[in-house]
Design a protein. Sequence first.
Length: 498
Amino acid sequence: MKPSAKKSERIEHAIEVAKSAHEGQSRKTGEPYIVHPLAVQKILEEWGMDEDTIIAGILHDTIEDTDLTLDDIRHEFGESVAFLVDGVTKLSTARTGMRDIDTYLPATKDNFLRLMIALGDDIRVLIIKLADRLHNLRTLSALPPDKQKKIAKETLEVFAPLADRLNMGLLRVELADLAFKYVDPKRYEELKSLIEKTNKAAEKSLNKIKNEVSAALKKEKIHFEISGRVKSVYSLHKKLAKHNQNINEIYDLTALRIIVDDITDCYLTLGIIHSLYMPMNGRIKDYIAMPKQNGYQSLHTTVITKDKHVVEFQIRTHEMHEYAERGLAASFYYNEQKLTENYKKGKIEHLPTNLLWITELQTTAARLREGKKVDLKKLKLNLFADKIFVYTPKGDIIDLPAGAMPLDFAYRLHSEIGDHVVGVKINGKMSNLNKKLEQGDIVEILTSKNQTPKQNWLDKIFTPHARSKLMRALNLSARSAAGENIDKTKKHRKPRTK
């Protein structure tokens, strides 16, 4: 993490302003209220955020809870800080009344739209809100049980997935585990106990494997760091749900992480591990060549040792590790000046490709401000759904939501291709149009000029984008057919006699 620099005069001034504004206020924990803004400040500093964001974090509750005005903040700290504080205030208002991100009741819909606008204006608003949410969850025990559950549920549904989209891995894990503890306390304790028991049983064998791998890497003069990685409670909960609660199918419960100097060493290390142990078929994942949708990069392999122990290895560079842990916050660390200046101008095109969904959020926010309609379901899908990357036969990468099918792929390429699909080849073999695509598939769409869109294709489509394209084509086809029928009727109608 970025080391804490000496506090600037602006930050010290912000602390004094916040202390004065919140004087006499207390939290539910009984502590003076200023404890919370200072905790948010510390979290933002740990993430390596820019000075304006840190100051806005210190002042984030002043507009809502004190006599301080936005003009006061603008006068004392400038337009950028005022803009961020205003955004966090609007975000808090937007969240009021939101019960479930999947439920679009009128009030909830309006709040969700306001939330999207607040995030789209400046993604640092979300980062401040995530820091705020993290500290609130750390002190959630002070609230009544009904509020605990409501805040925890919202965290699992909205804020933990957004942290994941920003690839802020450490934050995602802490948010999800803290929240899950309140959503389902009994299940949380069961899984926590299971993880502790499994890790204790595997400790001796893991140390042996660690020593064997370390000796082999030293022999090849590779500089490395090796450590154990403990699976989080909520991650295990979700994975067990996918595997019918069969713990024997969870191979990454115990894992070792190896951090090396460069990409070449990543692949050399993978080869060394495979020379020591037998790799499991289908369990080698190259997220360096093909990163996850949030930009995560690493090599994963699961092996079987001579003692018949199953263990997963994650291999990555220092920079990949930093990004895996802190995500967008790491981008602020490496590109602080660029990011700050571009945000002031409302530009974010310099962000990594995997974070370009933020630009879509900004576009949506602009459309909403102009009073234009937006597809809320499509927006939710793009924000919260897992994505897969598939290839065209020429090697072009196409990203789609997990669950997408060949017609989604075809309409993603072009509506003309989607409208004339007659078949599909997946990885060189003929396949069905209702087959779900998988990560890394090579997809070839077969077309014919004589083909027209079919009504039953609606059952073979997953994405709102493809569905809207198909519906448009079907409507045009229906209107065209109706026009032809009218022409035929006129042609065969008997002439009227006078």
